[in-house]
Design a protein around this ligand. Structure first.
Ligand SMILES: [Zn+2]
Length: 408
């Protein structure tokens, strides 16, 4: 095998890093294609770091068309490539778009050799070598767009490197098997994936919550009607196939993306404290909600209600982000950034009861108004005047931008 060590040469984030794991926690090998007709470990790393804001490239290995293999991460690194399965999977990406291209012999051999060597090193059975789309929640993703059963047959039939080696027993991850039929009342990652797909195709299924309720049923029926198949609100093989191939009016992000991982949702799985947060019922709760509330100046009760959503909107407006009241990867990154700026803690605005604290006093001192530490109408007026003088948006709210103007 021709393996080139690029662990220290690829683009990576200066402020963030992937966490690590024990080798023994690795249970799967994930096979991807890049969904781009050409590319390289260098290009994917730049895209994942600079465009998606990830700590580093998503894959552990990248296999070029000529069969050369780039080593991008130690297998102990928990990088992003299969969503909520990242913690137990190693990712191999083959450069190419196998929806339209064929896998060449050199690349095929190199990928098989690499996979076999990882199976041996990590004691992973053939049945745990999965295509990206075989991972829970990714059944709609056309990755790697080669037949994985054939790939596994190649692994065993042509696997001469390990003669007589007893095959370890498959260790399935709980919930990792896809159900073949989904219907009302079902819950889980596969339901969530179904909802995401329906949403992508503009058959809005309501909240993407992994629960197959009345709205999801309704969306499935509308889809079935549009696809001219039996309308029963149940997702069986026929509906599944149509969902996968349907060319709806939804924007096909998949096709325009430089790699198949151009998936913002990827990051929301990275840890418990980085969920996608938004206002849904039942309302989301947790420490991550508290962090958002502290930083956006909402009342800190750990429950993501309408007021928190409004604070997030104000924050997004201030930071020139998409204003949707949802804390996704982009907003999380903006929230992370504000910690590093000079003493800025939270968004200040007139609320009931008035916000109070030392940060309010600092603002008041800087604006020469009564230093009572309460953010009321007087302070707001002074902030508006300041913003007008500075030529920035006049909203009477001290967000990161106004804070920087005041103190830098
Ligand atoms: Zn993939």
């Amino acid at each position: 095998m021709n393996i080139i060590d690029k662990r220290n040469s690829l683009a990576s984030s200066s402020s963030r890093s992937y966490r690590r794991r024990a080798k023994s926690s690795i249970r799967n090998i994930a096979i991807h294609h890049s969904a781009t007709t050409s590319g390289s470990a260098e290009a994917f790393a730049r895209y994942h770091v600079n465009e998606l804001g990830w700590p580093g490239i998503g894959y552990h290995y990248v296999v070029d068309k000529d069969g050369s293999i780039s080593l991008c991460h130690d297998v102990e690194v928990v990088s992003y490539h299969v969503g909520n399965s990242n913690s137990y999977a190693v990712g191999i990406c083959m450069v190419g778009d196998f929806r339209t291209q064929t896998l060449g012999e050199e690349q095929r051999q190199a990928t098989l050799d690499l996979t076999r060597s990882l199976m041996s090193e990590l004691n992973i059975p053939i049945d745990n070598v999965w295509g990206h789309m075989e991972f829970p929640g990714y059944e709609w993703k056309p990755c790697p767009s080669i037949n994985m059963q054939t790939f596994r047959n190649w692994l065993s039939e042509e696997g001469t490197s390990m003669p007589g080696r007893p095959s370890p027993r498959p260790t399935y991850v709980a919930g990792a098997r896809q159900r073949t039929v989904l219907s009302r009342g079902d819950q889980g990652d596969d339901v969530r994936a179904l909802q995401e797909r329906l949403d992508e195709l503009n058959f809005h299924p309501g909240p993407i919550d992994g629960i197959y309720g009345s709205q999801t049923t309704d969306a499935v029926m509308r889809f079935q009607r549009a696809a001219s198949i039996t309308v029963d609100g149940i997702v069986g093989p026929e509906t599944r196939e149509n969902l996968r191939d349907f060319e709806g009016s939804g924007d096909q992000r998949e096709h325009g993306s430089p790699t198949d991982e151009a998936d913002d949702k990827e990051e929301m799985y990275q840890s418990e404290s980085r969920r996608l947060l938004r206002f849904i019922r039942p309302m989301m709760r947790g420490e991550d909600v508290q962090i958002v509330q502290e930083k956006t100046g909402a009342v800190v009760d750990g429950v993501y209600g309408p007021e928190t959503e409004e604070s997030v909107r104000r924050f997004q407006r201030e930071e020139d982000l998409t204003i949707d009241g949802i804390v996704g990867p982009q907003t999380w990154r903006a929230l992370d950034r504000i910690n590093t700026s000079t003493g800025y803690q939270r968004l200040l605005s007139v609320q009931t009861p008035y916000l109070q604290g030392n940060d309010v006093k600092r603002v008041q001192r800087a604006l020469n108004v009564t230093t009572d530490g309460l953010y009321g109408p007087m302070t707001e007026r002074a902030v508006r005047n300041f913003q007008r003088r500075e030529g920035i948006s006049v909203d009477g709210i001290v967000g990161p931008q106004t804070w920087r103007r005041l103190f830098n």
